[in-house]
Design a binder for this molecule. Structure first.
Ligand SMILES: NC(=O)c1ccc[n+]([C@@H]2O[C@H](COP(=O)([O-])OP(=O)(O)OC[C@H]3O[C@@H](n4cnc5c(N)ncnc54)[C@H](O)[C@@H]3O)[C@@H](O)[C@H]2O)c1
Length: 339
C-alpha cells in the first residue's frame, strides 16, 4: 500500500460529503477519485476536495490500481455488488449502513471481504459518538437497555422508502440502534420479537414504525423503538438508557448529554469531553480515522462486516417477527449459514 491510504469515493451525495469534509482531519488519508451515476455530483466533489479524477462509472474507481480503499455511500440496493467487486479488487472498504438489505447479501459481503483479506468498516457511527463510548465504559455489564430513534418524517418520495432501492427505514436506519444496543450490551443477540405499524407512510414500503425486544447471549435485554412520525424535542431523535445494578445512564440530546445515577457526577455533557471529541460529536471523524488506521495497519475494524451483518439481521428478524407474531431466533455465527 502507498504511504497514504488513497480513497476512492463511490456515491457523491449527502453522506459522502460528511466523510469528505472530515477527511482533512485524518492524517494519512487522501481523497483521490470520485464516481457517481450523476457526473455533476462527482465533479462537484472533485472541485471541493481535490484528487485525480471524477467519473460516472464506479467500475473505473474499483479497477484503478492506485486506489487502496473505497468509500461506498450509494443507495442500499447497490451496496452488495459494489462491496463484493471492491473486495475482489483488493480494496479496503468503508461502507455506509445498512451493510446490505438482506442477511444473505451481508454474508456475501462478509465472505468476499474475508477471502480477500481486506478491512471492511460499516458506517455504524453511533458507537463512535464520544458519550456513547463513555457510557459503555461506565456500565460495562448492563441488565436492561432501551434504544430509540424517532425521526422527523422522511418524505414519501425519498429513495430510502422505495422497497427495491432503500428498503424502508426499519432496516435502513433502525440498524443504527440495533448496533448501538449490541455495542452497549457487549454481547451478540440470540432472539428478537417485535410489533409494527405502517401508519406513517402506508403504501408498499411496509412497516415504518416498530417496537422490538432483543435478548442477548449474556442475559441482557433491550427494547428498540424506531419510526419517523416526528421528533419529540424532549427525548431528541436518539434516546437511550443503560441500566446496570444500582447505576445507569440516560443518553439524550442526540447523545450529547447524559444523565447519570449511581455515580458521583449527576450528568455528563459536551463540557466533559476533550477538544477533539467536542469537535466531532457525531463520531463521523472518529469512524473515518478508525477505518483509515485499521486499513493502513491491515487489521479488522470493530464495526466490521460481522457487526454490519448482525445489525441488519436484527432488523430483518424483527420485521419477520412482526409479520409472524412470534419471536425469531438470531444465530449470528457461521453455523447459522453452514449448519
Ligand atoms: N450514518 C448516517 O448518519 C447516514 C446519514 C445519511 C445517509 N446514510 C447512508 O449513506 C448512504 C447514502 O445516502 P445519502 O443520504 O448520501 O444518499 P444520496 O442520495 O444523497 O447520495 C447517494 C448517491 O449515490 C449515487 N449512486 C446511487 N447508486 C450508485 C451507483 N451504483 N454507482 C455510483 N453512484 C451511485 C446517487 O446518484 C447519489 O448521488 C446510504 O447507505 C444511507 O443509508 C447514513
Amino acid at each position: 500500500m502507498s504511504e497514504a491510504l488513497r480513497l476512492g469515493v463511490i456515491g457523491c451525495g449527502l453522506r459522502a460529503r460528511v466523510y469528505c469534509d472530515g477527511a482533512a482531519e485524518v492524517p494519512g488519508l487522501r481523497l483521490t477519485a470520485y464516481a457517481d451515476l450523476r457526473p455533476d455530483a462527482a465533479r462537484g466533489f472533485l472541485d471541493s476536495y481535490g484528487g485525480d479524477y471524477a467519473c460516472d462509472d464506479p467500475g473505473r474507481v474499483l479497477a484503478d490500481p492506485s486506489v487502496d480503499a473505497v468509500l461506498i455511500c450509494t443507495w442500499h440496493d447497490t451496496h452488495t455488488s459494489l462491496a463484493v467487486e471492491a473486495a475482489r479488487r483488493g480494496k479496503h472498504i468503508l461502507i455506509e449502513k445498512p451493510l446490505a438489505l438482506t442477511i444473505d447479501e451481508c454474508w456475501e459481503i462478509e465472505e468476499a471481504t474475508r477471502r480477500a483479506g481486506v478491512t471492511v468498516c460499516t458506517g455504524l457511527k453511533m458507537r463512535f459518538m464520544p458519550l456513547v463510548r463513555r457510557a459503555r465504559a461506565m456500565v460495562p455489564r448492563p441488565i436492561v437497555l432501551t434504544g430509540q430513534m424517532m425521526n422527523d418524517r422522511v418524505p414519501d418520495t425519498a429513495w430510502s422508502l422505495q422497497p427495491g432501492i432503500g428498503g424502508g427505514t426499519i432496516i435502513g436506519a433502525g440498524c443504527h440502534t440495533a448496533d448501538l444496543l449490541c455495542y452497549l450490551a457487549g454481547a451478540d443477540p440470540v432472539e428478537v420479537y417485535a410489533a409494527g405499524s405502517n401508519a406513517i407512510h402506508g403504501g408498499p414500503a411496509g412497516l415504518d414504525a416498530l417496537v422490538g425486544v432483543i435478548r442477548f447471549a449474556n442475559g441482557a435485554v433491550a427494547s428498540l423503538v424506531h419510526g419517523d412520525p416526528g421528533r419529540n424535542p424532549y427525548t431528541s431523535t436518539f434516546f437511550c438508557q443503560v441500566f446496570g445494578l444500582g447505576q445507569g445512564i440516560c443518553l439524550h440530546e442526540r447523545y450529547r448529554q447524559a444523565t447519570l445515577w449511581g455515580f458521583e457526577a449527576a450528568t455528563l455533557g459536551v463540557g466533559d469531553l476533550d477538544a477533539r471529541e467536542r469537535a466531532d460529536l457525531e463520531g463521523d471523524v472518529a469512524l473515518l480515522r478508525h477505518f483509515s488506521d485499521c486499513a493502513r495497519a491491515g487489521r479488522p475494524s470493530e464495526a466490521g462486516a460481522r457487526e454490519g451483518r448482525i445489525a441488519t439481521t436484527i432488523m430483518v428478524k424483527m420485521l419477520a417477527s412482526a409479520a409472524a407474531g412470534r419471536p425469531q431466533q438470531v444465530e449470528v455465527d457461521w453455523r447459522s449459514r453452514y449448519g
